[in-house]
Design a protein around this ligand. Structure first.
Ligand SMILES: Nc1ncnc2c1ncn2[C@@H]1O[C@H](COP(=O)(O)OP(=O)(O)OP(=O)(O)O)[C@@H](O)[C@H]1O
Length: 576
């Protein structure tokens, strides 16, 4: 229990000060609660020995002061608890979001989208709503109980001892509950993750579900995940309920024992009537705070697991921990004996190549040969397993990711646009750009006309992923984004699927603008692009099998000549 409470405290980060304040005011609340207990003692003493005027005023004053001070302390403590929850989780979410940018892509391979989404939403939601409340309730409850025990020991050691035994028994019961929930809490967490994963997958795959008319069968996985989550939640509750009942029995039992003992001690003449009355009335007030601590203690293990999950993401090593901000002297890109695998699957095997600055290099090769992988290694989406990649003579691992990525613009075949205005989507390339600069970039990328034809022009909000735009429109917006970034190195995965003849000319114009005077690495699909490249690299079986210009390679038997043959046939077929 103490370990989890200290974990919650550590997790609250910058809110630790507010946490301390909330705990302090919760303790003060307990002390002021004791004041009303004192007033009650005076009432009973007055009832047995007679009241004086000053005594009545004092009782009134103490009761009023205790009530007002308790209200004030509750206000500060409760407000603090709510603040802590929201602030600490907002801070953590932003921190994790920032950190994700610097994590290797392998991390996202190993942790699926549902897993990450669930941690940042539901798991953090659990922490947000419960962590500070649990910490302050449990600490407050125990401090309250400690004060009561001391006061009771001072009034009558026998009653004090009974209360102490009750508290110890109650603590044992919380310990048992923690042990029991040790296995159930992680299971509930996993079920929650699976549920989010399946819902996300179902929504993302809706197009396929509809087009293949998969109907009922399509959501069987999601249905199973929902049932599983229900079962695990019920299992957790079933674990908690008997222990919660046992906690109540212990506390109520101790209270009843205090009354019985009080009466017994009064009847055998070892306790004054006023004390006996005080014990009888106060017995059910004694454990009010400990009871609420008991109710929240069930959440301790759940919070423990949740915090571990969040910390696991937070502690994932980022890529550029040892990098320095580098401004390269030139933009020559060199692969020096580079090998790379996805797990066991080797994609590049001792590859060496040079891409001189301000030239166009086309990469061709069969599907799955590793063309995209080779490009992504330059931008350090992944780290090489062997050898090194340098830009301007500096190993990409020696750059900070920020200083490396300012030099590179990647235009992917599969464009992702954010649910935001078109202007902001283009500005992603350079957040400081003015509206005029955005328009200029859009004009160069041949998308100004179509943007202006939209109802709100550049202010038009596009849906997540760019769902409201055509493939070609998305492509050109992503090129405008890259033009605005104006990076010296352009990595371009040439679009094939989303281009109709009308769009093709616009797209080619946009690409020509983007690549002017840049170091260009292009995964080329068009014969025209390949033919005009300064250098062609043919990638196959993890090796660069051919290098040269179109005129040289076309004369050699090999993959390139075959590739061009197929392309020509494809174009011939298309033109028929
Ligand atoms: N994130 C990943 N995790 C594991 N394996 C991957 C990953 N990305 C690609 N691969 C595998 O690595 C190999 C190379 O993939 P890559 O996408 O680089 O090939 P490509 O030449 O660009 O293919 P295409 O022309 O079809 O786009 C493929 O066998 C692919 O299945």
């Amino acid at each position: 229990m103490i370990k989890t409470l200290s974990k919650i405290y550590q997790f609250s980060g910058k809110m630790q000060g507010t946490m301390k304040k909330a705990i302090l005011f919760s303790v003060l609340h307990s002390l002021f609660d004791m004041m009303s207990f004192g007033a009650l003692a005076m009432v009973f003493s007055g009832l047995t020995d007679g009241f004086t005027t000053s005594m009545i005023w004092m009782i009134f004053g103490i009761t009023l002061a205790s009530m007002l001070l308790k209200i004030y302390c509750s206000y500060i403590s409760d407000f603090g608890k709510v603040q802590i929850g929201y602030f600490m989780c907002a801070e953590k979410r932003i921190h994790i979001g920032d950190r994700m940018k610097y994590m290797p892509m392998g991390y996202f391979n190993d942790h699926n989208l549902g897993n990450l989404t669930s941690v940042v939403t539901t798991t953090m939601g659990d922490i947000e709503n419960n962590a500070s409340m649990v910490l302050t309730n449990i600490l407050g409850g125990y401090i309250h109980a400690a004060i009561i025990t001391i006061v009771m020991l001072c009034i009558d050691w026998r009653i004090g001892l009974t209360i102490l035994c009750g508290i110890l028994l109650f603590t044992w019961c919380i310990g048992r509950l923690q042990k029991k929930s040790e296995t159930v809490s992680p299971q509930r967490q996993q079920a929650q993750e699976a549920l989010v994963s399946n819902v996300l997958e179902y929504v993302q795959g809706m197009l396929i579900v509809k087009s293949f008319n998969l109907g009922q069968n399509s959501n069987s996985k999601m249905r199973q995940a929902i049932l599983d989550s229900k079962d695990k939640n019920l299992k957790l509750e079933r674990t908690f309920v008997p222990y919660n009942m046992l906690q109540q029995i212990i506390l109520y039992g101790t209270s009843i024992l205090v009354i019985v003992e009080g009466l017994y001690f009064y009847l055998n003449g070892t306790m004054a009537l006023s004390i006996c009355l005080l014990m009888t009335v106060a017995s059910f007030m004694l454990f009010s705070q400990l009871q609420s601590a008991g109710n929240t203690s069930a959440l301790l293990r759940l919070l423990d697991v949740s915090i571990d999950k969040v910390n696991e993401i937070d502690k994932t090593p980022v890529m550029d921990e040892h990098g320095k901000p580098v401004k390269p002297e030139n933009y020559n890109i060199v692969f020096d004996d580079v090998s790379f695998s996805y797990g066991e699957h080797q994609v590049l095997d001792h590859v060496s190549l040079t891409i001189p600055e301000r030239t166009v290099t086309a990469i061709v090769g069969p599907s799955g040969a590793g063309k995209s992988t080779l490009c992504n290694l330059i931008a350090r989406f992944w780290d090489v397993d062997g050898g090194k990649i340098t830009i301007g003579g500096v190993d990409v691992r020696d750059y900070t990711l920020d200083s490396l990525l300012t030099n590179i613009s990647e235009v992917f075949q599969k464009v992702y646009l954010f649910a935001d205005t078109i202007e902001n989507n283009i500005k992603f390339g350079n957040p400081a750009a003015s509206h005029e600069e955005v328009v200029k970039a859009a004009q160069k990328a041949c998308c100004h006309e179509f943007i202006m034809s939209l109802p709100d022009g550049y202010g038009t909000v596009i849906r997540e992923g760019g769902a409201t735009l055509s493939g070609g429109e998305k492509q050109r917006i992503s090129i405008a984004r890259a033009i605005l970034k104006d990076a010296p190195i352009i990595i371009l995965d040439e679009a094939t699927s989303s281009v109709d003849p009308e769009n093709e000319n616009l797209l080619m114009g946009a690409i020509a603008e983007l690549t002017k005077n840049k170091t260009v690495i292009m995964i080329a699909h068009r014969l025209k692009t390949v033919r005009n490249a300064d250098q062609i690299l043919v990638l196959s079986g993890g090796h660069i099998v051919q290098t040269g210009k179109h005129e040289d390679l076309i004369r050699q038997p090999g993959i390139y000549a075959d590739f061009i043959g197929i392309r020509k046939k494809a174009i011939g077929w298309k033109l028929k």
